[in-house]
Design a protein around this ligand. Structure first.
Ligand code: HAM
Length: 420
């Protein structure tokens, strides 16, 4: 038993799991690159005010979930609960808007939210996110969603559901808010405590409350889609048309309003029926006002982030066979053979050949068993005699053939075999 355990909701990603994550990340980087995105590395800590202003003072994230502390000079710092605010801050700080074309960025890394841990919900969790800044055409909304689904396809995930909504803009949302408030007025007593608080501050959030009672009480609530202004309505139609063009199926869900305040127009979530209550694998939307809010020029933008832990849960049943097996195992017996193995392994590895050998003086039988369990392609057997004669047996573990070779020439021997 270790004297110390990791803190609640924060986990080690052990090697087997990390391998899967590498596979996911590699696929994401490839797909995102195909769509013209570049990586940005954003800080893990920021001034708290960036998040309170961007995500919204009255959101759960800002009210209850941020890891916030004063630094040594008393300035309030927060561990990032998400990446969008930092990307926008970097975009404005480095005047990326001055470039001729749109900016397409992606990021990978840990986020922190003080939530109640459960399956698929952690206090330190990892996101891969993508943001497009500088484009208002609704076709880009469909393009970024189709990029996400191209990525899911690459991972072999086919049973994901795209939930789509438009939450309007500053022109049309206030009117909907008023309509919704009057609908909720005589139901407020029946709503959960959370929703009673939300009623004044953030009534739209009542619509996607997970409580059954709240859902029942609000099942006849007005739909935001009926309140959209002409511009939002036309944009939403174009998003749908573009998704139809690439055969992407979607569920229109007018109750999905997202938990961050910066969204405008298109909002979406990708869910899975295989995840239980924390079923959103990825989510995002448009945030056309945020760049200005953070001090930049008016700049339309859209993005999403996906949760690594949830994605990894979905890949649990897939046979990914990710680990690259060693090309060669050197079964070395005796001090001189071990020295030779050490030298050969170094030479081979510097030429990109994956090699394993034993450091514990195990018997030949034990070493052969190990080579087998690692799935090595070949085994070179080196003992005292082999060191003297310069010749040794090279076993092919796939076809069980074997051949005597001049072991000093193992590099060219392996190269020839691996090429063939
Ligand atoms: P979000 O919906 O808060 O959006 O998070 C996106 C995804 O991160 C979720 O769908 C989920 O997969 C994962 N996630 C969130 N919280 C946790 C948690 N506690 N444990 C495990 N996974 C979690 C955002 O963060 C926005 N920044 C997305 C975005 C980018 N919108 C525009 N651009």
């Amino acid at each position: 038993m270790s004297k110390y355990n990791s803190i609640r909701g924060v986990y080690d990603i052990l090697p087997m799991e990390a391998e899967k994550w590498q596979f996911i990340e590699t696929a994401a980087r490839k797909v995102f690159d195909d769509y013209g995105f570049s990586e940005i590395k954003i800080p893990i800590i920021e001034k708290s005010e960036l998040f309170t202003r961007s995500i919204g003072e009255d959101t759960d994230i800002v009210e209850k979930e941020m890891y916030t502390f004063p630094d040594r000079k008393g300035e309030l710092i927060s561990m990032r609960p998400e990446g969008t605010a930092s990307v926008v801050r970097a975009y404005v700080e480095h005047k990326m808007y001055a470039s001729q074309s749109a900016t397409k960025l992606y990021y990978v890394g840990p986020m922190f939210r003080y939530e109640r841990p459960q399956k698929g919900r952690r206090r330190q969790f990892f996101q891969i996110g993508a943001e497009v800044l500088g484009l208002s055409d609704p076709a880009i909304d469909a393009e970024i969603i189709s990029m996400l689904f191209t990525f899911f396809d690459q991972l072999g995930l086919e049973d994901l559901i795209l939930n789509l909504n438009s939450i309007g803009c500053k022109e049309c949302r206030p009117a909907f808010r008023t309509t919704l408030l009057s609908f909720l007025e005589d139901k407020i007593g029946q709503l959960c405590d959370n929703c009673q608080n939300r009623y004044e501050k953030n009534p739209l959030r009542v619509l996607d409350c997970k409580s059954k009672t709240c859902f029942e009480e609000t099942k006849d609530a007005p739909s935001i889609l009926d309140s959209l202004c002409t511009c939002c309505s036309e944009d939403f139609e174009k998003v749908k048309t573009c998704l139809d063009m690439v055969d992407l199926k979607y569920n229109i869900n007018p109750r999905m309003v997202r938990g961050l305040d910066y969204y405008t127009k298109t909002a979406f979530e990708v869910t899975s029926n295989r995840l239980g209550s924390q079923d959103a694998v990825a989510a995002g939307g448009r945030y056309d006002l945020l760049v200005e809010e953070v001090g930049g020029p008016p700049t339309p933008a859209i993005g999403f982030a996906l949760g690594m832990e949830r994605l990894s849960l979905l890949l649990e049943e897939e046979d990914l066979s990710l680990k690259r097996c060693p090309d060669l195992y050197i079964a070395a017996l005796g001090v001189l053979a071990h020295e030779a193995a050490f030298r050969l392994a170094h030479e081979l590895r510097t030429h990109g050949i994956k090699v394993e050998f034993d450091h514990e003086g195990r018997s030949l039988k034990a070493q052969m068993r190990r080579a087998n369990s690692l799935g090595c392609g070949y085994v070179l057997i080196l003992g005292e005699d082999e060191i003297k004669t310069g010749r040794a047996i090279l076993k092919d573990m796939t076809n069980h053939g074997q051949e005597e070779i001049a072991w000093e020439g193992i590099l060219s021997e392996m190269r020839t075999r691996m090429r063939g």
